[in-house]
Ligand binder design. Sequence first.
Ligand SMILES: [Zn+2]
Length: 262
Amino acid sequence: MRGGVTLYDSHCHLQDPAFDLDRDDLYRSAAQAGIALIIPGYSLASSDAAVALAHRYRGAAAAVGVHPHEALEALTNDAGPRLTTLLSDPKVVAVGEIGLDYYRDLAPREVQREAFRRQLRWARAAGLPVSVHSRDAEQDTLGILEEVGHLRGVLHCFSGSDRFLDALLDFGFYISVAGPVTFRNGEQLREQVKRMPAERILVETDAPYMAPHPHRGHKNRPEWVVYTAEMVADVRGEDRKKVFACLVSNTKRLFWRLERGE
Ligand SMILES: [Zn+2]
């Protein structure tokens, strides 16, 4: 990316059908703003699509994995061979997004747990970090991370209790902050951001979802990650430029393949 990376949008679903009409435009305006992208899958097909975009867009990378909503797919005979083949691609920097969602419960919980375990093991075998989704499932998320013992990763779009945050930080996990930190009702998250260690914070949009203030309610876009990053700097009372540089180096440290896959 010309002029270097200003920020990473560490989690955006640019392969989502919501972007079928404006994907290239969004990529271009993000690139002009110095925003580099990590595009996670949420199913086998969307993981293939994420890898294809990572090859098409300079400065983009992919993560591959099956979201808890689609957990059944991770238990099919296809899933292991397809995902582990994708993991050898230099543009793939992580396994994700994977995890547990007991809020929407779109797959049976036992299936979600087994899908999470298996994908953690594939990540560990590949030596890659994970991008974890966890909603209303703090205890089981911690339990499975500990059980598998693969503790290199990020909790994406963090929203949770102080206890959950502290346990993740104890594991050595990174914490990704998304648009809700800018919301009027984001006070708890802002308080948590103040006490996160600077070297463990990432930022993301989770586009097309979760657009930050002042665009709340609209289809999100990667360049808007800047609102979240500015809020992180401001609530911590730190210099924005320094915080942005720290966020970039955190992202590269966690997703170590970024440096090699450019
Ligand atoms: Zn996501």
